[in-house]
Design a protein around this ligand. Structure first.
Ligand SMILES: [Zn+2]
Length: 466
């Protein structure tokens, strides 16, 4: 929840004007961001402590005095009896378990509700907001669109799924604040979209990655129209797919990063397309346990929300903070890298430590592949086996695709190729028809099927006690 001072600046001084917001964003000193974060963090902690039995219980369990907490990892304040904050409140917000607490975590009257699209939990989590929080997102969203080049005279179309998902509604309020035309097609089949959209000459398109790849294929046969820019959200997109779409439409495609829990975008690319600038006045981002290269799970605390504030919420997304300062208008906002994978998709197996970005690189040079792919890790006998499932374009042959994948793996990751040639791990490539891998909105890139086996083994003692 916002401190009165930062609220005044945001609502009254900056207001609805995207240009004023950008003017301010270009000039605000780093100390302003950090001070505002600290003020709003403390206000949020006190707000949930006064309103929510769930948070009070959590604070008590971890022996945290909400009145003393100043920042998410404030060791000095929390190093009194009991464990320090890192790790503890993150446990409380394991995304897989939020649904058990969602009612208790709502601390003010909700007016809007949505569901998460995460892949960790079989049950979707429910997240609630107020109308004012929606308008708040709209003001920032409008500034973000303006920074990328959207203007009131543009004609925008949204092909985002509208069912239980908040990406569409946040885009709507951003477009309303900006004042441009927005038509919401929702996520209809690309062929139907093409038929119905072609007359409007939309020059700004907001889409999902796998959907735009399919639309691009149709447009490749029937013709594109001039598009100023595309905005893609909801899922990671490989650079290969981005280039393909950009070249076909002769446009610029920008990615945004966010999730239902963050309500709209938590980060956005700028014209440099080199990492996501983070919305640091609305969230406190951390990577509490980075590896040698700085990669780790991104954790955030909401700083402006009243209805369902989230403290140290685990996103399951693995990224790193980027070094250096970008030379764009959003340079004061720190960047994170593209998401390299989900926590549950970073798998150690006979092939090595694998994660989704590696396969994306392997597929870069392979022709004949459609957008979707999935890797299964299994253990049929004593050794691990990797099944690489790829969707093939029309006319592509399974044999040549498999050869190209093996060659690319050898060039890029020789250690892994060696593990295969040494017989430490079997590797198969299975080509399937387009559109067969995806069953929901998101497709899990790496699935470790050994988990079930390991879990069953763990339940049985390996030796009978004498
Ligand atoms: Zn930038």
């Amino acid at each position: 929840m916002r401190n009165a001072l930062s609220n005044l600046l945001d609502r009254v001084v900056l207001g609805n004007s995207p240009t004023r917001r950008l003017w301010f964003a270009r000039r605000m000193p780093d100390s302003y961001i950090r001070n505002t974060q600290r003020l709003d963090f403390r206000t949020t902690v006190r707000w949930v402590a006064s309103r929510s039995a769930f948070y009070r219980r959590k604070f008590q369990e971890h022996r945290i005095d909400p009145a003393m907490v100043k920042c998410p990892a404030d060791q000095h304040e929390l190093d009194r009896p009991g464990p320090p904050l890192p790790g503890d409140l993150r446990e409380a917000h394991d995304p897989g378990r939020l649904d058990d607490h969602d009612v208790e975590a709502v601390v003010d009257r909700p007016q809007l509700g949505f569901e998460t699209t995460g892949t960790l939990s079989p049950k979707s989590k429910k997240v609630f907001f107020s109308l004012e929080e929606m308008r708040d997102m709209g003001r920032d969203g409008a500034a973000g669109l303006w920074a990328l080049g959207v203007r009131p005279e543009d004609r925008m179309v949204s092909a985002l799924d509208l069912s239980f998902w908040n990406a569409g509604p946040t885009l709507r309020v951003a477009a309303q604040t900006l004042g441009c035309l927005l038509i919401e097609a929702s996520k209809i089949p690309p062929a139907e979209f093409y038929e119905r959209a072609v007359d409007y000459r939309f020059n700004v398109m907001v889409v999902e990655p796998s959907w735009i790849v399919s639309l691009t294929e149709i447009a490749g046969k029937r013709g594109t129209w001039p598009v100023k820019l595309m905005l893609v959200g909801g899922e990671n997109m490989s650079e290969k797919s981005r280039r393909h779409v950009e070249e076909s439409w002769k446009t610029s495609l920008y990615l945004t990063y966010g999730q239902t829990e963050s309500f709209g975008s938590a980060g956005t690319e700028c014209a440099r397309k080199n990492g996501y600038h983070l919305q640091e006045l609305k969230f406190w981002f951390e990577i509490p346990e980075p590896d040698d290269q700085g990669h780790g799970e991104l954790v955030f605390t909401t700083l402006s929300r009243r209805v369902m504030p989230l403290l140290r919420y685990r996103t399951s997304d693995v990224a790193r903070f980027m070094e250096g300062v970008c030379d764009c208008d959003l340079k004061m906002l720190r960047r994170i890298s593209k998401i390299v994978g989900r926590c549950d998709e970073m798998v150690n197996c006979g092939l090595g430590n694998i994660s989704p970005w590696m396969f994306e690189r392997v597929f870069e040079s392979v022709s004949g592949l459609a957008h979707d792919w999935q890797v299964l890790v299994t253990r049929p006998g004593l050794r691990d086996a990797i099944e690489i499932r790829v969707e093939l374009l029309e006319g592509a042959s399974q044999g040549s695709v498999e050869r190209a994948i093996r060659k690319s793996l050898e060039d890029l990751f020789p250690d892994m190729a060696r593990n295969v040639s040494m017989g430490l791990c079997e590797m198969n490539v299975a080509g399937t028809a387009r559109g067969t891998l995806r069953t929901g909105r998101k497709l899990r890139s790496i699935v470790d099927l050994r988990k079930t086996l390991f879990r069953a083994e763990a339940a049985v003692p390996s030796a009978t006690p004498a």
